[in-house]
Design a protein around this ligand. Structure first.
Ligand code: CDP
Length: 799
């Protein structure tokens, strides 16, 4: 059941469908009227305010911290230092990668912007003022900034807090078959190799991080409001680290202004706010400013990669080999399931049917902020896709082949699904050639190549056409293989239908703007034959929702969305039993149907002899006599453990004009064909894709977390860390194919991050395609005018 349709980007969403389809987002009614409720909107009686003193050095020993003047400052209620926390055994906290991270530094500071002290005061301005009164005596140490120097003999040891540590090495990880891969490389007709950097970037959500902590000394209950993407996991970690009973902790993640992976982890500020509240007995709010957000939280990528491809002369790719040096910063805070220290980088064979593959990843510490977050991707898949898609273009260049034809020749054929990759990933479904063909048709590829040839002959701005074909692996994940700090990645869901047929769905995932209140209501609506307007979705509050691991890596629809469909089906089955009692028929004789009038159970063959779900809901709460063993009411709970990841994919084509005089790149067109299986709300899916494509332009052309050689952060404001705006983005041209996931209850695959994963390679390939006549084979992101111009002069900038 697949079909191919090219759609335009109009929303066309007006009427409320009974199930899947375009409808406006329910949550937008409050967002566009300024009625959202974000952490910084939380104001509690007697609330105090916190501010963090941060290190000016990238690497320095702390000789002393004198907070007495700050403590004496009017309005200051408490000053918390590393020493204070050490007394509570809270100076260090676990990271998502099983490392530890300083909450407030005690011995050394290890990156510029690291947390050193926390002031709690009557208002935020007093708290900030008092930071200047804290005297810290630092002894500066030589920093390690370039990951490629981290393992040098004699390099300063950053993590001397870890007993026995003599260097900056964190881990080695490999995947695939080295021997088989090497053997193919030795015999191959053609081999190509390319070094490339996926630079350190930051998700830069509109809302920065922050927390309001409220510890009630009487009840012993701690309530924490913070924009976390994983409220239940946070609660369990607080319980484990602070020794507070879990039922005495409530984590509320209210409206969130963008997460993109950056709000998965626990940041020192959250712990400081909690300690501040415990110490003062009053609620404490801490909100980061923009520079703090860019300096100390949530960097992503920072992969130095060397890719190699072995192929036949006519362009059949036989093997791929990769070496990665991964810069994890001062504390290994990378987010990924435990068994995957390099995330899902193992899918680096991409969308191609390749016989052999091998990769090695080495993680190192540097004097930079911890992170390695899965910024709008499923744990390092963006890096993997970028690598293989750049390598395909490098091979095309070497063979003087057309990059579209080369890809078509190597794509996994539809009949090969389910397809097991050489590194052991089982891709669930796909028709790749169809998606690529659609993208090429939409962009009128041949015409563009003809225009390019003409331009190359006649001069003028350079025209570049870049292709990227990506496969994502989303919906982490099967409990057998995947956990985060020991917590399995299954999600719960609860559905309660009230007597009048209105329903409340409670889920563990947490929207950061993706429209879950709409799409999850649509899933229930489709299963029960009710209007999505009659389904309220509750999320983001551990006291109100079942346990689950949250929202990141596009896992909400694949996992919590599946839980939602299953729990609704359970309710529907309960409704069948109640309907049978109402109709005095056997449940086996009933059939389910959904018409414009809604969902109903009726006696087979006589549709008029039936009961609507609303009638059944009322009866289930009435004194109707129910058969033995059938409970009253209409509700159900479930826990969904996904059998596999889902594998969305897409074919992207980017068209750029490059001014050879200035190096300025203008994205003229961007065609994106996405396949995320069945689309619950195509309008929301398109919105997710639009955002991801803009993200891709940002990373490819503008965004870079740069440092000088002393470790000074050079991108701590939006004046330096450039985000894309509508000025840099073309009008997106979207297309779709639909290949349902065979194991997801409604055939949906995740899509939230597809476009961020797939688009950077398309933009970079387009720019480098434009530069091809100049003999430029590769240049690293971001392809700023300076970088493009330097590449044109034959000296691309190495970051
Ligand atoms: O986990 P996250 O919400 O970031 O990603 P997702 O599960 O891919 O969903 C992003 C948004 O797109 C949600 O509102 C989904 O329900 C919606 N979606 C959809 O309508 N159809 C799909 N096949 C996939 C996602």
């Amino acid at each position: 059941a697949t079909d191919t349709t090219a759609t335009d980007t109009e929303t066309g969403a007006t009427a409320t469908p009974m199930g899947f389809g375009r409808m406006h987002r329910k949550e937008d009614a409050r967002f566009i009227r300024g009625r959202g409720n974000y952490v910084d909107d939380v104001r509690l009686p007697g609330m105090l305010h916190g501010a963090i003193l941060r290190s000016p050095h990238a690497h320095a020993r702390i000789l002393s911290v004198d907070a007495s003047a700050a403590e004496a400052h009017p309005g200051v209620k408490a000053v918390i230092t590393g020493e204070t926390l050490a007394g509570m055994d809270l100076a260090w906290m676990p990271t998502l990668s099983g490392d530890v991270q300083a909450v407030l530094a005690t011995d050394k500071v290890r990156f510029q912007g690291q947390e050193v002290a926390f002031v709690v005061a009557e208002d935020p301005y007093t708290a900030r003022d008092a930071l200047e009164l804290i005297e810290v005596d630092y002894e500066p140490l030589e920093p390690v900034i370039d990951a490629r120097r981290a393992l040098d003999e004699g390099a300063p040891v950053i993590r001397d807090d870890v007993e026995g540590r003599t260097g900056n090495h964190i881990f080695d990880w490999e995947a695939g078959d080295r021997e088989q891969t090497d053997a193919i490389f030795e015999r191959a007709e053609v081999t190509v190799a390319q070094d490339m950097l996926y630079p350190r970037v930051h998700p830069a959500p509109l809302e920065t991080c922050g927390a309001v902590a409220d510890f009630d000394r009487v009840t012993g209950k701690l309530t924490v409001w913070c924009p976390t993407q994983a409220p239940h996991a946070h609660r369990t970690l607080y319980a484990l680290v602070a020794g507070l009973p879990e039922h005495k902790i409530r984590v509320i993640s209210p409206d969130v202004g963008g997460g993109f992976g950056g709000k998965v982890g626990i940041y020192p500020g959250y712990v400081c706010a909690i300690v501040g509240s415990i110490a003062t007995g009053r609620p404490v709010k801490w909100m980061e400013d923009r520079s703090e957000n860019l300096m100390s939280t949530a960097f992503a990528r920072d992969y130095h990669m060397r890719g190699e491809i072995a192929a036949t002369r006519d362009g059949k790719v036989l093997a791929i080999r990769v070496k990665v040096l991964a810069d994890h910063g001062a504390f290994n805070g990378t987010a990924q399931p435990t068994k995957f220290p390099a995330g899902f980088f193992g899918v680096f064979t991409g969308s191609y049917d390749i016989r052999a593959a091998h990769c090695e990843v080495t993680g190192v510490h540097t004097n930079k902020a911890p992170g390695g977050v899965a910024y709008a991707c499923s744990f390092r898949i963006t890096e993997a896709v970028y690598l293989v898609e750049r390598m395909m273009d490098v091979l095309a260049c070497e063979l003087d082949a057309d990059p579209a034809e080369l890809r078509m020749k190597n794509l996994i054929r539809p009949e090969r699904f389910p397809y097991t990759s050489p590194t052991g990933w089982e891709y669930d479904s796909g028709d790749y050639p169809r998606a690529l063909r659609l993208a090429l048709d939409m962009v009128e590829y041949d015409k563009l190549r003809a225009e390019q040839a003409e331009r190359r002959r006649d001069g003028g701005p350079l025209l570049g056409i870049g292709i990227s074909f990506f496969t994502e692996a989303v919906g982490a994940g099967p409990r057998k293989h995947m956990d985060i700090l020991g917590l399995g990645m299954a999600d719960g869901a609860e559905l309660r239908v009230h007597p009048t047929g209105k329903a409340v769905l409670r889920v563990s995932c947490q929207s950061q703007g993706q429209g879950h209140e709409t799409t999850f209501a649509q899933i229930v609506a489709a299963e029960l034959g009710v209007s999505p307007d009659d389904v309220e979705v509750v999320h983001g509050d551990t006291d109100q929702t079942p346990f689950g691991l949250g929202t990141y890596g596009s896992r909400s629809t694949p996992v919590s969305g599946a839980a939602t469909a299953i729990v609704a089906r359970k309710v529907r089955e309960r409704a069948r039993l109640v309907a049978a009692a109402m109709l005095e028929a056997s449940p086996d004789d009933l059939e389910w149907s959904v018409s414009e009038a809604g969902g109903r159970w009726s006696v087979q063959g006589s549709a008029e002899h039936g009961r609507t779900i609303q009638e059944i809901a009322m009866a289930a709460h009435s004194n109707l006599e129910l058969p033995e063993g059938v409970e009253g009411h209409l509700d159900a709970v479930t826990v969904y453990n996904p059998p596999n990841l889902t594998y969305p994919f897409g074919a992207y084509v980017c068209v750029v004009d490059v001014d050879p005089g200035t190096g300025q790149v203008k994205v003229r067109r961007f065609v994106a064909v996405d396949d995320c299986g069945v689309r619950i709300n195509p309008m929301i899916v398109e919105g997710q894709i639009h955002g991801g494509l803009a993200d891709g332009i940002g990373m490819a052309l503008m965004q870079l977390m740069a440092f000088d050689e002393d470790g000074n952060h050079l991108g701590a404001s939006f004046m330096d860390y450039l985000l894309p705006t509508s000025m840099e983005c073309p009008s997106w041209e979207l297309g779709e194919t639909v290949t349902p996931s065979p194991h997801h209850p409604v055939g949906a695959k995740g899509v939230g991050e597809s476009a961020t994963v797939g688009s950077p390679a398309a933009v970079v390939n387009a720019v480098l395609d434009a530069l091809r006549p100049y003999g430029v084979r590769h240049a690293d992101m971001p392809l700023t005018p300076a970088n493009v111009w330097s590449a044109l002069q034959g000296t691309p900038i190495r970051t």
